[in-house]
Design a protein around this ligand. Sequence first.
Ligand code: ZN
Length: 338
Amino acid sequence: MIRQAVLEYDHSKDALENLPARIGKREALVLRGESGYSKAVRVSPRLADLPSVRFTGECSDEEVERLNGYRPDVWIAVGGGKLIDTAKRIAASQSVPLIVVPTLVSNCAAFTPLSVIYTEEGSYIRYDTFPVVIERVIADERLLRDSPYDYFKAGVIDTVAKWYEARYISGTTSRDAGIQSGLSLAAQCGKLMDLSIREQDFRRYGTDIRYIVDHVLAIGGAVGGFGDAGTRVAVAHAVHNALSRFDSTHHWLHGDKVGFGLVVQERLVASEDTVILKNWLQSIGAPTSLAQLGIRFDQIDELVTLIREETKIQGFRDFDDSERLKEILINLQEMVYK
Ligand SMILES: [Zn+2]
């Protein structure tokens, strides 16, 4: 199935200024996070005139139920990925439209018809796919160019992953039009590795950075919208989910863990791109060893079991070789000491 969530995407210098006109006479309610919201208000003070409700920090079933007590004519999500995922879930269940104002360049949540659900403690449970009407994504350049750089970097890794994971599931071409479209967009995402993402470039916000931001926020999300299960997450995200069960990995961002998962995934299929990928991740300061992620040698068996569990839950092509996976992980544990 082809399913896109977004009607309009506006990435411009002062995109937020159009928000009141977009809302019109409707009763709007802002779902707000902490720092992102106050930065957005600084950029566009009129945002503070709208009634708002605070997001408690996890996209959990409990949080969705709590927020379902509010019923505006239109929801406005101002924040990061988990906040946006929560707002989508509520808007879809209430059949109410949503306007999204991303405050981080870290994920494609603003563009995907799905939500990743966590426990209240922050452990991954599942992802739900549903039809949601996102009227407009408002990507305000003033807000994004000052957003945290680490999140941007992790977002680029997560976007580059679209290519490798789509290729893992569907190969490089398909006779299914949706999957082929997803693969073409994913290939574009993979090529982001060729562009500079240094902090000074990000802050300058030139043409290349705009191009990258559009891929992180929008194009990356359209990949799964076209290809559906044929171009969604694969082993790299399974590794991410398994790693997230270890407290020692919690200070690493989503994309950082996905990047490590990509190295594991590409080694599993003996891909020639493994070295390029690893060098790229090292060059941007992302973890490429288990030691960096705080996983000890004696935890590898547990990690292997969790990764196998995750790949089964997600239902894509499984690899039948726990021994090989273990060998790869042992290799990636020790690497840092060599
Ligand atoms: Zn991801």
